[in-house]
Design a protein around this ligand. Structure first.
Ligand SMILES: Nc1ncnc2c1ncn2[C@@H]1O[C@H](COP(=O)(O)OP(=O)(O)OP(=O)(O)O)[C@@H](O)[C@H]1O
Ligand SMILES: [Mg+2]
Length: 264
């Protein structure tokens, strides 16, 4: 049976990496206010891969920006690794939908950017960038510039650059949203491989139902106006083996259920 549970804080607090409690966000616009999030609570365990899924405008990016410390909460509590978030930190890596490489830097320099800021010496930086170039399969493009790369390759650099800083959590906002279907699929497989190897805690924003089921162990489904968590879904899968769907029935049950949630 498909197990569906209401959002709640998990019983094992030691293992919690991200904890959001009663989060609300009201944006001040010119002459009014807009409630983007209302009473959002969710958790992500250490090394867990969790998706946040929902229609456009339901506040997915707002949650991620607040988690990243790029935006303030109006009320509620947002903790990462036991500490209240109150600004950006290298402990939280971000990958966005739009490509965010520094165009004047090579692929390797992009990956080493944060390490250089931290004061790491050139030899150590090269060791780290070599590792992540290999992880994302871009060894041959170390000296290329962003404009010479395809969209998928740019996102591989963005992922490598985030991981090179050894973040506690990786926050991804529709990172594959701008890619064609085939590239998207190979990026999803690559991301799962990386997640298994690196054991990074991942929060992944998407409005693609298939993508959320394929990638994540749990899915928070949101609704809009105001943005709220509608349901938490355990998708923990033996649905896929080596990236191929093996339990079509279960996959379809979960998918249909999510579609009905998003409809209402
Ligand atoms: N800076 C802002 N000022 C005012 N309103 C904002 C601001 N940023 C976002 N909003 C509003 O808050 C709501 C949530 O926005 P958000 O970008 O978080 O949605 P989203 O779920 O990421 O949507 P999408 O799937 O289109 O990316 C939207 O209605 C948006 O118009
Ligand atoms: Mg968004």
């Amino acid at each position: 049976m498909l197990k569906i549970v209401k959002p709640q804080i998990a019983a094992d607090p030691v293992n919690i990496e991200i904890e959001i409690n009663g989060l609300s966000k009201v944006y001040q616009t010119k002459n009014s206010t807009f409630q983007a999030l209302e009473d959002v609570s969710l958790y992500v365990k250490n090394e867990e891969f969790v998706s946040i899924l929902g229609p456009s405008g339901c506040g997915k990016s707002t949650i991620l920006r607040i988690l990243a410390g790029l935006e303030d909460a109006t009320s509620g509590s947002v903790k990462v690794a036991g500490e209240e978030v109150n600004g950006p930190s290298a402990k939280r890596g971000m990958v966005f939908q739009s490509y965010t490489l520094f165009p004047w830097l090579t692929v390797r320099e992009n990956i080493e950017f944060g390490l250089k800021l931290k004061g790491m010496n050139a030899k150590e930086r090269k060791e780290v960038s070599d590792k992540y170039l290999e992880l994302v399969g871009l060894e041959r493009f170390a000296n290329s510039f962003g404009k010479e790369l395809s969209g998928g390759m740019k996102q591989r650099v963005a992922i490598a650059r985030s991981l090179a800083n050894n973040p506690e959590v990786l926050l991804m906002d529709e990172p594959f949203g701008a890619l064609d279907a085939q590239t998207k699929q190979s990026m999803q497989k690559l991301l799962l491989d990386i997640w298994k190897k690196e054991k990074t805690t991942i929060v992944f924003i998407t409005h693609d139902i298939d993508e959320s089921i394929f990638l994540s162990q749990r899915i928070y489904v949101m609704e809009a106006r105001p943005g709220k968590i509608k349901e938490e879904i355990n998708a923990d899968l033996h649905l896929f083996k080596n990236g191929e769907l093996v339990d079509v029935d279960r996959f379809m049950r979960i998918k249909k259920h999510i579609i009905s949630l998003l409809k209402h």
